[in-house]
Write a protein that binds this ligand. Structure first.
Ligand code: ATP
Ligand code: MG
Ligand code: MG
Ligand code: MG
Length: 469
């Protein structure tokens, strides 16, 4: 059985042997890219290479890229702990061709790696292509010998990638592993494709066009390749597990959390341990890359992730701050591949400890308020926006923490009511301010505030760029 660390190395070695330059992961906070909150795909660090703005001394590269998908367009936060395949932080393995090889070789390299090097049985694999991409379909027939019914044509944007409204774009082809009929879920393209039976392991993007304007698309003179494979998902397959949270790395983290709390990861406690393990990784890697908890922007996304995990620690009955105690296990598992974790260990530990120490007092009081406010509510009801806002404003509960707390009881939050309460508070702040007599400053200040919106909510909806395979 190969552990996560060996699989990562095997991937990079294979592509190096096939002429690719191994390149280090870029930080989670993208350099010089204010349009993107966090690096969310391997291609992010190569954007300018694909568009031709930047030259590199190599035309083929391979990476294992740290990714966070916990805000904006690609937000997997709500899936964590509940699906077998989503994390907020994960590693994306990728091979890239900058105008070098194209479709046929990309398919061949991917197929050989998973079926020959990794030994995955062909019978378990299903692929998708964009519905008009006959070329890709014929390469899959030729190279993999897959029958027609396991080359599924998809007509949606899931199989057509674009960097943005303009720029490079092209069809993609995804490789799925069938975990077997005992698991709920249908093949890609079917109505129940969101189940966890057929899990997408690898996405190959064929960048072959350039979108010039909304209407005009031209072929790229030198088409490129961008791929992304979830390390935790391929590890699950290779370790004979269905669930990402059962791979060696997550077992170690969950074991540490079981030991620290004295509570087994079973029954209703299973999701809590998973959320804690996942959010510990995301928080630690974000802190190592210089993000600190705050009330706006990236720092607020980090705070939301941390506080959410802390509520789950509370659910498990942890009497003292928990997360910081799991850091040594994370560093032991991942510190060799990511030395920034070792360098940042003291800062990570202190930041987690401080945030959890501070939050625990209002967390307990807020949870009491929440349980009183929802005692008469049932499945399908919603919590009034006033209370959700009070929890946010007075007790420091990010909105998604409240939503997560109510999820298992099937209770939602009245979002328009929450927004109205937020607006009212802003208006009150504005009228209180009006008395200060500094007219010019206040006009500017409120104009800026209105333009950027409520800064605390940057994390929910401001990730504009599609930096994703
Ligand atoms: P899904 O449809 O399962 O949400 P995706 O199509 O959004 O995945 P891509 O954007 O194609 O994912 O990313 C490339 C690869 O990265 C995926 O094939 C998958 O293996 C992995 N991946 C994507 N999102 C996650 C996540 N939240 N956690 C773990 N791995 C992920
Ligand atoms: Mg997704
Ligand atoms: Mg997908
Ligand atoms: Mg995909």
């Amino acid at each position: 059985m190969s552990g996560v660390n060996e699989i990562r190395s095997a991937f990079l070695d294979y592509f190096q042997a096939n002429g690719h330059q191994p390149v280090a992961s870029s930080p989670l906070v993208p350099r010089n890219d204010p349009t993107l909150m966090f690096t969310n795909a391997g291609m992010v660090q190569f954007k300018n290479v694909f568009t031709g703005l930047e030259q590199r001394p190599y035309s083929r590269a391979a990476t294992s890229q740290k990714c966070v998908r916990a805000g904006g367009k690609h937000n997997d936060l709500d899936n964590v702990g509940y699906t077998a395949r989503h994390h907020t932080f994960f590693e994306m393995l990728g091979n890239f061709s900058f105008g070098d090889y194209f479709k046929e070789q990309a398919i061949e390299l991917a197929w050989n790696l998973i079926t020959k090097e990794f030994g995955i049985s062909k019978e378990k694999l299903v692929v998708t292509v964009y519905h008009t991409d006959d070329e890709a379909a014929s390469f899959w027939r030729k190279i993999a010998g897959l029958p027609e019914d396991r080359i599924i044509r998809i007509a949606t944007s899931d199989n057509f990638w674009a960097m943005g409204d303009t720029g490079p774009c092209g069809p993609c082809s995804e490789i799925f592993y069938d975990h077997g009929p005992e698991i709920a879920g249908g093949p890609p393209g079917s109505p129940d494709e969101d189940g966890d039976r057929f899990i997408e392991i690898w996405n190959l993007v064929f960048m072959q066009f350039e979108q010039l304007t909304k209407e005009e698309r031209v072929p790229l003179p030198r088409p490129s390749i961008d791929t992304g494979m979830g390390l935790e998902r391929i590890a699950a397959v290779l370790q004979g597990e269905h669930d990402n949270y059962d791979i060696d790395l997550f077992r170690a983290l969950i074991r540490a959390s079981e030991e620290a709390t004295g509570v087994k990861a079973e029954g209703k406690n299973r999701a809590s341990h998973r959320v804690i393990a996942d959010h510990l990784r995301a928080s630690s890697f974000l802190i190592a890359d210089g993000v600190l908890p705050s009330n706006e922007g990236r720092g607020y996304v980090l705070r939301r992730i941390m506080r959410r995990a802390m509520r789950h620690a509370q659910l498990l009955g942890a009497r003292d701050p928990l997360l910081w105690r799991l850091v040594p296990t994370l560093v032991r598992e991942m510190g060799q591949a990511y030395p920034e974790l070792v360098r940042g260990q003291a800062l990570i530990t202190e930041t987690l400890k401080l945030e959890e120490t501070r939050f625990r007092t209002t967390l307990a009081r807020g949870l009491t308020l929440l349980s009183d406010a929802t005692s008469t509510l049932q499945n399908g009801d919603s919590l009034n926006g006033e209370t959700a806002f009070k929890l946010y404003d007075t007790y420091g509960f990010p909105l998604d923490l409240t939503q997560d707390a109510l999820r298992q009881r099937g209770i939602s939050v009245d979002l328009p009511g929450f927004n109205t309460a937020m607006e009212r508070q802003k208006a009150e702040a504005r009228s209180n301010w009006a008395g200060s007599g500094e007219a010019a400053t206040e006009t500017v200040w409120f104009a800026v505030r209105d333009r950027v919106g409520s800064t605390e909510f940057l994390g929910y909806d401001t990730e504009q760029a599609e930096g994703v395979v």
